[in-house]
Design a protein around this ligand. Structure first.
Ligand code: GAL
Length: 643
């Protein structure tokens, strides 16, 4: 497959007289894709029921005539003022009970029936008009579900929809649901929380103290399902009018809806990669790390999402829909990328299987919220720094062999439902499921391993030497059985199998592993400044369980308490949140047959089916495989067994 480049473009931001020149410059640069339309509802439907397609017809024609392929976005992330005036109840409500107002974007509640009807209307009109257009080669639904914390809404609309959803979860006679079943499943006898009727159930905010975790978890599951339904409504409409593939652009470290479930309705997964913004505002890294990688981004954060979204995309199809091209406007600090990083980020995406990488955005806007956000062009249309790097990538793509995907030697399971469970009950400040899985991912990468991410529905683990399933709080029995039967080694824990589907501690006590007497007899979270040292190096940070039973102890504390033990012929239970040293040590011990290498600091390796790439995320030249690789440099070697 030919890997391609693209750009995000807003024709409505620029005089029409400029479009043709822009299109020619995009084509001259070698771009294939141009994504447009995703925020232009007001231009498409200025007043209710009156559509203005003329400008969009001409924009698509101009771009298409230059040889570009259009990705057309549905504009539902930016409902215009007239929509909000018509449906004031559509505005989302935050956990403090405050209405989140009009004046930016994503100001809608996924549960509001009136808003959904407006969305169906505009998407139908758009899909009917442009479904047959030969230049429209792909679609994007909405824009970044959940960005700006917009999945959980505590509105009246959400409350009513939550009741209906709960009735479906606890079916009873007629459409009434079985409230006794809900009370029993949630343990509502505690604090006299039993309900007489579903309509009495509130949303899990504004309670005097902690809400029942089963209630909070159910609300997160419901909210996730609302996103799935919202997206599906658009997909169904688009498919009725177009054969072009449909994508959504997901975000970095946004986990509060199940991307696998949304992805099942789409053809392509894509995500928006802003390495420098993410390092500052969501990597969870300490200041020293942020200083060291301020202009390069975290060495693992992008790769993790590339691997995650490869798993989310149907048949592994995925793109970077928005690639940071220079300083952004929204992080606490917004430095310029080190020269070479835009090229590095682009190639890293291709090395992980991206079909396309699109830069955000074509030209920096001189107005409104993102006027401090770089583009490929400056506001005066002169080329910005990233333009040169995109040109370089284009030239390289012409000669480079295609990137062949291959199964990685190791896999990590990622479960959005477990992420929700940890969010409800982290048990310690800053403990998160994402953080735990990412820690395991980083340990693999520091050992030079390429990783596949697996959805929680995976039951076939053939071909993996090692599969890690940390922190998956509810583990269905058939998953446990499949892991027990896998041919490779398995690492589970901490907190794997800790709860039943309704957030109750299981008895026999967790992890209730088939064929093992291992039990987690006590759990504790630990202050970050009180780590527990492990015998042989490394430490446990933040969380450690006390375990009893099980087989051979493979990792213990300096005080001789077991930390990792066998609970199956090839299954190891890890009872704590280790640091990188501990995780790397455990991987080496558990799967000695893996070919691991300690990577130089800030260098990462990615093996594809035909090549090995090394990415230098440091500010220094680094010697890799006997060659000097400059800062932000890439080394690429074709594997010898491939002709
Ligand atoms: C993304 C978003 C874009 C733009 C960009 C700025 O999250 O999808 O519309 O706002 O951030 O970095």
């Amino acid at each position: 497959m030919k890997r391609t480049l693209g750009v995000c473009y807003y024709p409505e931001h620029w005089p029409e007289a400029q479009w043709a020149e822009d299109a020619v410059r995009m084509a001259d640069l070698g771009l294939t894709w141009v994504r447009i339309g995703e925020f232009a509802w007001k231009r498409m439907e200025p007043v209710e029921g009156t559509y203005d397609w003329g400008w969009l017809d001409r924009a698509i024609e101009t771009l298409g005539a230059a040889g570009l392929r259009v990705v057309l976005g549905t504009p539902t992330a930016t409902p215009p003022a007239w929509v909000v005036a018509k449906h004031p109840g559509m505005l989302p409500v935050d956990a403090e009970g405050r209405v989140r107002g009009y004046g930016s974007r994503r100001h809608y509640c996924f549960s509001h029936a009136g808003y959904l009807a407006e969305c169906r209307k505009i998407v139908t009109a758009l899909a009917k008009r442009y479904g047959p257009n030969p230049h429209v080669a792909a679609w994007q639904t909405d824009n970044e579900y959940s960005c700006h914390d917009t999945v959980l809404s505590y509105s009246d609309a959400a409350r009513t929809a939550f009741h209906d959803w709960l009735r479906g979860q606890f079916p009873g006679p007629g459409n009434d649901g079985d409230i006794d079943a809900l009370n029993a499943a949630w343990g509502n006898v505690f604090w006299s929380m039993d309900y007489d009727d579903f309509d009495q159930i509130g949303l899990p905010n504004l309670t005097v103290t902690e809400v029942n975790p089963a209630h909070a978890h159910a609300f997160r599951r419901f909210s996730s399902d609302q996103v799935v339904a919202f997206n599906r409504a658009q997909v169904d409409i688009i498919r009725a009018h177009s054969d072009a593939p449909i994508a959504h652009n997901y975000m970095g470290r946004i986990t509060d809806f199940d991307h696998f479930k949304v992805g099942a309705d789409l053809d392509i997964a894509s995500w928006d990669s802003y390495p420098l913004g993410f390092l500052e505002d969501r990597s969870g890294a300490d200041d020293a790390h942020k200083r060291a990688y301020a202009r390069q981004g975290d060495p693992d954060f992008q790769a993790f999402h590339h691997d995650l979204y490869r798993a989310v995309g149907r048949d592994g199809r995925w793109w970077v829909m928005e690639q940071q091209p220079g300083p952004v406007n929204w992080a606490p600090y917004n430095p310029a990328p080190l020269p070479g990083m835009v090229r590095l980020w682009t190639w890293e995406a291709f090395a992980h299987g991206a079909e396309a990488v699109c830069y955000f955005r074509w030209r920096q806007a001189p107005f409104a919220q993102e006027q401090m956000h770089a583009g490929l062009l400056r506001p005066d249309s002169v080329e910005a720094e990233a333009f040169g790097e995109a040109t370089e990538v284009m030239a390289e793509l012409k000669d480079a062999p295609d990137v062949a995907m291959a199964q990685a030697p190791v896999a990590i399971m990622f479960d959005y439902d477990a992420d929700a469970a940890w969010a409800v009950q982290p048990h310690g400040v800053d403990l998160s499921y994402f953080g735990l899985v990412f820690a395991w991912y980083r340990a693999c990468r520091k050992l030079g391993l390429s990783v596949d991410i697996l959805p929680p529905t995976t039951r076939d683990f053939a071909g993996y030497a090692l599969v890690m399933v940390p922190g998956m709080m509810h583990m269905p029995d058939d998953l446990k059985a499949a892991l027990n039967d896998a041919e490779g080694q398995i690492i589970i824990g901490p907190r794997s199998g800790a709860r039943d589907p309704h957030f109750n501690i299981t008895t026999p006590l967790p992890p209730a592993w088939p064929g093992s007497d291992l039990v987690v007899s006590r759990v504790q979270s630990i202050r970050p400044d009180l780590p527990i040292a492990l015998a042989g190096g490394g430490q446990v940070e933040g969380y450690l369980e006390q375990i009893e039973g099980g087989g051979e102890v493979v990792l213990r504390t300096e005080d001789d308490a077991p930390v990792a033990v066998q609970c199956g012929a090839r299954v190891t239970y890890m009872a704590g949140w280790g640091d990188d040293v501990a995780h790397m040590a455990l991987i080496r011990v558990v799967a000695p047959e893996l070919a691991v290498t300690d990577m130089p600091k800030g260098v990462r390796r990615r093996a594809t089916g035909s090549e090995v790439f090394w990415f230098n995320y440091t500010t220094q030249a680094v010697e890799i495989e006997g060659q000097d690789v400059p800062p932000a440099g890439i080394l690429r070697k074709v594997l010898s067994h491939v002709s």
